[in-house]
Design a protein around this ligand. Structure first.
Ligand code: SF4
Ligand code: SF4
Ligand code: FES
Length: 387
């Protein structure tokens, strides 16, 4: 047994009082979970502490909270581990972000998370005619969507999404990962329509800023950002969708700038995103309009000396030898006949292989961690059943 101090964020909107911190000491074995600590504090000291939980085994996704500022499942975080991440020897537990608080540690998942999940039509639209017997789906197709199927809808990624913080309309990591579950399923009849919808929505796939936060936050290894990138590759690479949000053109401007300079040159990014990879691109009316729109931000940047006009306007270039290496990568990747998908998710043991040689099948390139290495055969990285 050891003593742990929990500092809980308390808030009851109906009381009219402001949120406050509430501390309790609990006695538990160090390998017990933060959730058990909270439940003990509730049983011993204050029956009004509110937290949502059910399975206590990292499966139902109910107990998402922030522990020491990081999103986590309370039932899946050991007290000793949480203590190591605590700033002053006290484990801080707060409700998840980006969602309104109903009471204490319970957020309104319906108002944000579930609303966004419903937005992506989260069910299979079966191709017609439906076969008399079962559909047979290729193994690699199932591996490709298994990662998004591992989601337990805990909302941890939503809580930490930086884009959603700025634009609450953003469909968000969990819902877009769910969308990939059906876009990547060969039995779905409306893959193109789904992609068009998600690309054309100003709060859709191009609203993600690649911040990686959702990958770090997810307790199930779903890697929502990777699913969003897969949606983008399908939209732009496979279906050549050029969206009205300029997302596809912006993306290809990034690609061409890195190929030409080896490093991003922001001043050139805007005209290339609107006018393409040519001298005349600089005079695209849409680029001019956006430049005018951005002038206050640029002025602020200059005033704060974050950049100088010369630094912005002069092309950024890597040394020639390094640039040559970058170009080699492009030549290799663009020279492939087929797009090379990198899905590092674990699919399970191959039954036909002997125990010694059994390794997890990994989609596409066979890289990444195997089930044998992770000790989680045939399951998601945290050991929960996939769905
Ligand atoms: S990578 Fe994209 S979806 Fe994930 S948290 Fe960042 S902005 Fe949100
Ligand atoms: S993607 Fe991961 S973090 Fe997001 S809701 Fe699903 S399980 Fe939770
Ligand atoms: S209580 Fe079910 S995931 Fe924590």
């Amino acid at each position: 047994m050891a003593e742990f101090t929990l500092r809980l964020r308390r808030f009851d909107p109906e009381s009219g009082d402001a949120p406050y911190w509430d501390e309790h000491k609990v006695d538990l074995e160090p390998h017990r979970s933060v959730l058990e600590g909270i439940l003990q504090a509730r049983a011993r000291f204050d029956g009004s502490i509110a937290i949502r939980c059910s399975c206590r085994a990292a499966i139902c996704g109910s107990c998402g909270v922030r522990i020491n500022g990081q999103p986590a499942l309370a039932c899946h975080t050991h007290l000793d581990k949480a203590l190591r991440g605590a700033r002053d020897g006290v484990i801080e537990v707060e409700p998840m972000g980006n969602m309104p608080v109903i009471k204490d540690l319970i957020v309104d998942m319906d108002a944000v998370h579930w609303k966004k999940i419903r937005r992506v039509t989260p069910w299979l639209i079966a191709k017609q005619p439906v076969p008399e017997r079962e559909y047979v789906v290729a193994h690699e197709n199932m591996v490709d969507v298994t990662q998004s199927m591992a989601c337990i809808q805990c909302g941890a990624c939503v809580s930490d999404c930086l884009s959603m913080e700025v634009d609450p309309d953003f469909i968000g990591p969990a819902a877009l990962a769910k969308a990939y579950r059906f876009v990547g399923d060969p039995r779905d009849a409306e893959q193109l329509e789904r992609l068009q919808d998600l690309a054309e929505d100003p709060a859709g796939i191009f609203d993600c800023t690649h911040c990686f936060k959702c990958i770090d936050a997810c307790p199930k290894g779903v890697a929502p950002m990777s699913q969003i990138m897969r949606l983008r590759r399908r939209a732009t690479g496979d279906h050549h969708i050029v969206d009205r949000n300029n997302g596809a053109r912006h993306e290809s401007a990034f690609v061409s700038l890195i190929r030409d300079h080896g490093i991003l040159w922001e001043a050139e990014l805007l005209p290339r995103s609107h006018g393409g990879d040519s001298f005349f691109g600089k005079f695209a009316p849409a680029a001019g309009a956006e430049l005018v729109d951005s002038l206050p931000v640029i002025a602020k940047m200059l005033l704060r000396r974050k950049a100088t006009p010369m630094k912005i306007l002069r092309p950024h270039n890597l040394p020639a030898a390094d640039l040559k290496q970058i170009k080699r990568i492009y030549t290799t990747v663009e020279g492939r006949e087929e797009r090379f998908e990198l899905n590092l998710y674990i699919s399970g043991y191959d039954e036909e292989e002997s125990e010694d040689t059994a390794t997890a099948a990994v989609a596409a390139d066979g890289g990444g961690q195997t089930a044998a290495e992770s000790g989680q055969p045939g399951q998601s990285p945290e050991g929960s059943p996939t769905r």
